[in-house]
Design a protein around this ligand. Structure first.
Ligand code: 3H9
Length: 701
């Protein structure tokens, strides 16, 4: 049965789109819409056409999943929208929910737009590495001018209905059902004479268009890794200076060029990866999520306070507990000053900040955690301390409460046992700064109850985090891979590469920060303690040179940015080269018999840091620590500044070719030796490369 139906009543033709859940502009919707339009065209007695959708939303965009399908045709979508606009009787569209991408473009092709209160409208294609390809770059500037059109298309931000009304994107905003709104609007329009209005025939309203285009072009050229931006600006320029047909041709050419680009493929991969990561094998949909009305946090350090803000921001009552009065006061102060800064920058209203603070209570007594539905321990990353804290939480927390550990590396199963109620325990690994970073690694212990996992994943969505489930191992998905990356960075330092040389090699790929800058910022003391804890747990290889640099730096009190000295020397936040760091690395190299050399090229740095990390990712997959390769990509994109236009390390590896990765890993094993197994290729990677298969074949299996 068609998902689009046509019928008429009271003299108005109606096309109803019912293609749940999001009424995406798929091939079948296109066919249905075209057939329904033909029915309207065949009945000349009807003076007006109304288009509306059933379900939770108007058309939320083209169906991205069909982009690689040969049946997908931007030309066909455009032809249909042009046909709608060319109708000689007025076409009204009634909007609700999220009107995005091709949905917004469909609305712009109609002559009049009425929106339900609460509707959001936007052209988010740039986030997928493409541009609006169904006339959006041509019709929107003609409607609102260059400045707003560029703002919406370059940011991808959706605008609320009221803002759309004020800027003329919609003609009316009302309460009510879309059908009723559309009919009422249509009748009024007919009563006024039912004028036609075609955006393609309009010229843009007066404004500083060339100025807006010039500055947008300059900004777009500064981020060549997002080529869609420059293409959008150029198409908008066409919209303002050329006729519709030539502008539409320019848009079509750019769309065709951008769709298969590496950047767009990577961004689309991450779009689906982030949604897939919430689907947990073995967690049936029937498992109900528990209610979390009050959260307790034990430990008011930087992490604890940041985590508290995540819940306060989502309107959840939060209790912050610390054993030390000074620590608690510092944590509270951090929360207050963060909100004050946001108010000062105009990002938050003062009343909103007060409302958030009003949800917070603090205590020096851990009994205050007793009524909480979820308690997260955020004490120092020290196993003995965490075990002691977990033992206590097992006693204090009410029956049925979830006990979570914000550990970044430690054995969640051991912590779970310490509570005496392991089914209630889960890891919640927040990333610093916790109130900002999107990633939440949810660590599923051997005995974590399905409902506990479901509750935490749901809660992650409510507090605006991207959850990825990891099994238990040292460092989970992210830090276990980061450990390999840092290991190679340190060996390279001892071999004679400078911190800047290493950082620049990976930053050139688009990583926000190289390993030396990253560790200096996170604190070398924190980094060293992680290695020391791993050593205590027997997790280090029998290699005295392993992460020797960070341990030495820690011993020397070089804690990174906060102490002014680390891999770099700091003047404020500015990292400057420090010959002393090179001297320390050279001394360690001599002590451990590592030869220094001067021929370390950027490509070698990339291969040693990133290819080894991909290899570790494959081991993680093989062990079932991560459910899918795309989860690993989400971890790195959302938590470690891996560039989204590369799609994450596993996607990048597939783009390079898994066989090539294997060849280079084997090359390292030969040239550097493989005494400690650092270069042993994961059997999974070996197999996929040999069979010329990708990571997707694992899901299918
Ligand atoms: C475009 O329109 C190009 C045109 O200019 C040119 C054409 C020629 N395609 O996010 P959710 C799936 S480009 C395919 O969890 P929410 C999603 O994967 C497009 N699938 O729900 C998920 O599947 P599952 C421009 C899509 O309520 C399910 O729907 N449009 C698409 O939190 C629910 O999604 C966009 O970029 C799609 N377009 O948020 C809009 N959208 O259940 C992108 C969603 O199997 N979408 N799915 O995991 C969004 O921003 C959000 O999904 C939305 C709903 C706000 C709509």
């Amino acid at each position: 049965m068609s998902n689009v139906t046509f019928h008429s009543a009271d003299g108005i033709g109606r096309i109803c789109i019912s293609h749940p859940p999001l009424n995406l502009f798929s091939h079948s919707l296109l066919t249905g819409l075209s057939a329904a339009l033909a029915q309207f065209e065949a009945d000349a007695s009807l003076p007006l056409l109304l288009i509306y959708c059933e379900g939770q939303s108007f058309v939320a965009g083209a169906d991205i999943a069909e982009f690689n399908n040969p049946a997908f045709s931007a030309e066909a979508i455009n032809a249909l929208l042009n046909r709608i606009e060319a109708q000689t009787r007025p076409v009204v569209v009634a909007l609700h929910g999220t009107v995005l991408g091709a949905g917004m473009e469909l609305a712009l092709a109609c002559h009049y737009r009425v929106a339900q209160q609460g509707t959001r409208l936007g052209l988010p294609e740039v986030k997928l590495g493409i541009l609006p390809g169904a006339g959006g770059t041509q019709r929107l500037p003609r409607l609102v001018g260059a400045t707003l059109a560029l703002d919406l298309m370059l940011s991808g931000r959706p605008v609320p209905a009221q803002e759309a009304l004020a800027s003329g994107i919609v003609d009316a905003v009302e309460e009510g059902e879309p059908l009723a709104l559309g009919l009422a609007f249509g009748r009024q329009l007919l009563a006024k004479g039912g004028q036609l209005r075609r955006l393609s025939a309009q010229t843009a309203p007066p404004g500083e268009h060339s100025q807006a285009i010039a500055s947008a072009l300059e900004a777009a050229r500064k981020s060549p890794q997002y080529p869609a931006k420059e293409a959008i600006v150029q198409c908008v320029q066409q919209a303002l200076t050329a006729d519709f047909a030539s502008g539409a041709r320019a848009e079509a050419d750019a769309f065709k060029r951008l769709l298969p680009s590496a950047q767009s493929r990577a961004l689309r991969h991450l779009f689906f990866a982030q949604r897939r990561s919430r689907q947990i094998p073995g967690l049936e949909r029937q498992v109900p999520a528990g209610k979390i009305e009050q959260v307790g946090i034990l430990g008011a350090g930087t992490m604890g306070s940041g985590i508290a803000m995540c819940f306060l921001n989502a309107g959840i009552r939060t209790v912050l507990v610390d054993a030390a009065a000074a620590g608690l006061e510092r944590g509270l102060q951090l929360i207050r000053s963060t909100y004050e800064a946001q108010v000062a920058k105009g990002r938050m209203a003062a009343e909103q900040a007060s409302a958030r603070l009003a949800l917070l209570t603090t205590s020096l007594d851990d009994q205050a955690l007793a009524p909480c539905d979820l308690v997260i321990e955020a004490v120092f990353e020290d196993m003995a301390l965490k075990l002691q804290v977990c033992r206590r939480l097992g006693e204090v927390c009410k029956p049925g409460a979830i006990i979570a550990s914000n550990t970044s590396t430690l054995d969640v199963d051991a912590l779970a046992q310490a509570t005496g109620r392991p089914t209630d325990v889960v890891g919640m690994h927040f990333f610093s700064p916790a109130n900002i970073m999107r990633l939440l690694e949810v660590v599923r212990g051997a005995q974590t109850a399905p409902q506990v996992l479901k509750t935490v994943i749901d809660l992650a969505g409510k507090i605006g985090k991207t959850p990825v489930v990891s099994g238990v191992c040292f460092g989970f998905i992210g830090n276990r891979m980061a450990e390999v990356y840092l290991r190679e960075a340190e060996f390279l330092l001892m071999e004679g590469a400078s911190p800047a040389q290493i950082d620049e090699a990976v930053q050139a790929l688009g990583l926000a920060m190289g390993p030396c800058r990253m560790l200096d910022m996170a604190g070398l003391d924190v980094g060293a303690k992680t290695v020391i804890e791993c050593d205590k747990a027997g997790g280090l290889p029998p290699d005295a040179s392993y992460r020797a640099v960070v341990r030495k730096m820690f011993e020397l009190g070089r804690f990174g940015q906060k102490s002014g000295l680390g891999y770099y020397r700091y003047e404020g936040r500015q990292a400057l080269p420090d010959p002393e760091a090179g001297r320390i690395a050279a001394e360690l190299a001599q002590a451990h018999g590592i030869a220094q050399r001067s021929d370390i090229a950027a490509q070698e740095i990339v291969e040693r840091l990133l290819y080894s990390m991909v290899n570790e990712g494959c081991k993680i997959l093989d062990e079932g620590i991560a459910y899918r390769a795309s989860d690993i990509d989400v971890v790195w994109a959302a938590g470690y500044g891996f560039p989204d236009f590369r799609g994450g390390p596993m996607f990048m590896a597939e783009e390079i070719g898994l066989a090539q990765i294997v060849e280079r890993l084997e090359h390292q094993a030969t040239t550097r030796g493989n005494r400690y197994g650092y270069w042993t290729v994961s059997p999974l990677l070996q197999r996929l490369a040999a069979q010329r298969q990708g990571f997707d074949s694992l899901q299918a299996a």
